[in-house]
Design a protein around this ligand. Structure first.
Ligand SMILES: [Zn+2]
Length: 251
């Protein structure tokens, strides 16, 4: 499915609970991909860019290296020259550190988000096999088919998108990262904030409760009128995080 959010210049390619976003112009006149998603998301974004002449390789960001956020990478990179930018913590994973990842039992806490989306067998099968392509998960170690062109560090501008700033938001994973545009009050939260039935939900699926609590405090200080979550439908309104469900509560 393809959705367009014209007022903030964002496209979403989604299948079941998996989202891939495109910022059409991050302030440098070029598009930026936020989370390529699973293979069918990668194919959809590749089709979007097919025939479009880009001045430079396409900037692709990951909010974290879970397979369902990066396994579509090769589907996109096969068709378009890509420059991949990964959270700075992923440097440790390239060096051999084993990523912490939520257990299946903890992951099951997000069932309300899953039930809120239209199921797709294809997406499920791509999700289950995603670890073979890229990223990490509960049953797959870290791997990445491309090197990182740069690492995303807290407080820095987003590569290729100077209107956006990088915010470290660990807790769901140690590499969880968000991207914020203060002028348009727009946040790409990765899996730090999900949405369910039109409400943001600080994820109950975390590897570290202390870090997650800190991330919730940090993000609640931001004014967000447009929230694009890693899973769930985007939420728009005035100061949407003021209505967010805390990470220790259920919807
Ligand atoms: Zn995740």
């Amino acid at each position: 499915m393809r959705d367009e959010y014209v007022d903030v210049g964002v496209l979403r390619f989604s299948r079941w609970i998996f989202n891939c976003y495109v910022i059409e112009d991050g302030g440098a006149g070029q598009p930026v991909v936020v989370d390529v998603g699973i293979t069918s998301n990668g194919v959809a974004s590749a089709e979007h860019f097919a025939g479009r002449r880009l001045d430079d390789p396409l900037t692709v960001l990951a909010t974290h290296a879970h397979s369902d956020h990066v396994s579509g990478l090769m589907a996109l990179a096969d068709r378009t020259a890509v420059q991949l930018h990964l959270p700075v913590k992923d440097r440790d994973y390239f060096a051999g550190e084993k990523p912490r990842t939520p257990t299946m039992k903890v992951a099951a806490r997000i069932m309300p988000v899953i039930r809120d989306a239209r199921f797709s067998f294809r997406a499920l099968s791509e999700f289950l096999s995603g670890g073979r392509h890229a990223g990490f998960g509960s049953s797959s170690p870290f791997q990445m088919p491309l090197q990182a062109a740069s690492y995303l560090t807290d407080g820095d501008p987003v590569p290729g998108a100077p209107d956006w700033v990088i915010i470290h938001t660990p807790g769901h994973t140690d590499d969880s990262t968000s991207f914020y545009n203060e002028a348009s009050r727009t946040l790409f939260s990765g899996d730090a904030v999900l949405t369910v039935k039109g409400r943001p939900w600080f994820t109950p699926e975390f590897v570290d409760e202390t870090l997650m609590a800190r991330t919730e405090d940090k993000l609640r200080k931001l004014r967000v009128d447009h929230l694009f979550p890693g899973h769930g439908h985007p939420v728009h309104g005035q100061d949407v995080l003021s209505d967010a469900i805390p990470h220790l509560e259920k919807p």
